[in-house]
Design a protein around this ligand. Structure first.
Ligand code: ARG
Length: 459
């Protein structure tokens, strides 16, 4: 079989070797971007007088026909043509005749593939931003309903201080807000054009790179042709932002898993996002949350893989770089799927307010309140900490909680204690009063929610 680049070769390659080198099985995902890039390139070639206007018209009409077929999934690809670029060129030439061969003037597959991936990621990142927004909407809506729902806050997974459940949810809102900013930042560098860098050194043809960049909606062009074809930072940035975001989702997933266990009973997942066991009839498993936690691993893997692929590559293009695609596609799919599932899971979960409240009344997470009470009355905090520590120990030995102690026992511990101590021990009061900026006090949580909604354009 004669290759499109076969001029210099005498022996034709063997099929099994071709298959190893081919990327068409996965890079066909880029078909629409490839056609879009080619249309811009042909338009530019004609505008610069490098090919005739009629030739460009023929080529572009052919590309549009291929585009329609691609959208209907009617194109037949072959590993004989290695990758999406050569497959499209082959199909185009079949369709419009030898003039199709003029499309590749002043271009190389090296700037072509880079262009395709820039175009592809640009659209995907925009979609991901929208999905983050949707997830943030479900978080804000849930948080709004639970500003005054009290739950134990944890450090070391030990009950620490009571907090508002809305506050807890909003913590994830802000993580996702940073994630979104990271994607937005990456987008700036994704949205520049490598097209016209040629194989590595530019071209002798009088092309207009800025014009083709403009046609493709890019914000600018790479300043250096070697950099343009060897750069994959834009994918790495996307993958780093994705990894950090998946780490957030994974932490949240872990909490969802804990909260829906019999030990916590803080939430119940909607049946849509849970599964049963094939042997234990009582089970309701948080599979989707577990899967998201698990899938975080493959997203990290994609990042590590690409960093490793690129490390040590001399400039400019090397075939190693063909390995950049599958991880990128996989990350896009995983991130989009995880965001969608998580948003639905949060939206539909039932919050067991009673069980949360129960947990904060039967524990020592109000001990800080007691120490703060003494400190507010002038006792140095360290001393107050000691006094309360002893009271906690006393309770443990007695088998009760702080609020169960009779007043005279408080009095014996410190004369600063007054009858209003029981007010301070009420977990609701402990939360409502924590109104330092960004704290869990109800008015602060409401303020956060308001800011969040403003950011989402719901102000
Ligand atoms: N399929 C190739 C890739 O994805 C396209 C670029 C090929 N360029 C080349 N000089 N062999 O990297």
């Amino acid at each position: 079989m004669k290759k499109l680049w076969g001029g210099r070769f005498t022996a034709s390659a063997e099929e099994w070797v071709d298959e190893f080198g081919a990327s068409i099985s996965f890079d066909q995902e880029l078909v629409l971007e490839d056609i879009q890039g080619s249309i811009a390139h042909a338009t530019m070639l004609a505008k610069c007088g490098i090919i005739a206007a009629e030739e460009a018209e023929t080529i572009i009409a052919g590309l549009n026909t291929l585009k329609e077929k691609a959208e209907k999934k009617e194109l037949q690809y072959s590993t004989k043509y290695e990758d999406i670029h050569l497959n499209i060129e082959h199909l185009l030439t079949e369709l419009v005749g030898p003039v199709g061969g003029k499309l590749h003037t002043a271009r190389s597959r090296n700037d072509q593939v880079a262009t395709d991936m820039h175009l592809y990621l640009r659209e995907q990142v925009k979609e991901i931003e929208n999905l983050i927004n949707e997830f943030q909407v479900s978080l804000v809506e849930k948080a709004e309903k639970h500003v005054e729902t009290i739950m134990p806050g944890y450090t070391h997974l030990q009950r620490a201080q009571p907090i508002s459940f809305g506050h807890h949810l909003m913590a994830y809102f802000w993580m996702l807000e940073r994630d979104k900013q990271r994607f937005k930042g990456a987008l700036e560098r994704i949205n520049i054009s490598p097209l016209g860098a040629g194989a590595l050194a530019g071209t002798t043809f009088p092309i207009d790179r800025k014009y083709s960049a403009e046609l493709l909606g890019f914000n600018g062009i790479y300043e250096n042709s070697l950099d343009a074809v060897s750069d994959r930072d834009f994918i790495l940035e996307f993958m780093s932002a994705s990894s950090i975001m998946m780490m957030h989702l994974s932490r949240f997933a872990e909490e969802v898993i804990l909260w829906s266990s019999q030990e916590f009973r803080f939430i119940e997942l909607d049946d849509t996002f849970a599964t049963g066991s094939s042997i234990m009839p009582q089970k309701k498993n948080p599979d989707m949350a577990e899967l998201i936690r698990g899938k975080t691993g493959r997203v990290y893997g994609g990042l590590m893989s690409l960093l490793t692929i690129l490390k040590g590559l001399p400039l400019a293009y090397n075939k190693d770089m063909q390995e950049d695609k599958e991880g990128m596609f996989d990350t896009v799919k995983t991130v989009k799927g995880s965001l969608k599932i998580f948003a639905g899971m949060v939206e539909t979960m039932t919050v067991n307010e009673e069980s949360m409240k129960d947990s904060v009344t039967k524990d020592f997470s109000n001990a800080t309140e007691l120490a703060d009470y003494l400190a507010a009355k002038g006792m140095p905090f360290r001393e107050a900490h000691e006094v309360v520590g002893k009271l906690v120990l006393h309770c443990i030995q007695k088998g009760c909680y702080l609020a169960d102690l009779p007043f005279h026992e408080f009095k014996e511990a410190s004369s600063l204690f007054k009858e209003d101590i029981y007010e301070a021990l009420n977990p609701y009061n402990a939360v409502v009063r924590r109104n330092s900026a960004g704290g869990t006090g109800f008015s602060e949580v409401s303020a956060q929610i308001k800011k969040g909604k403003l950011l989402l354009g719901q102000g």
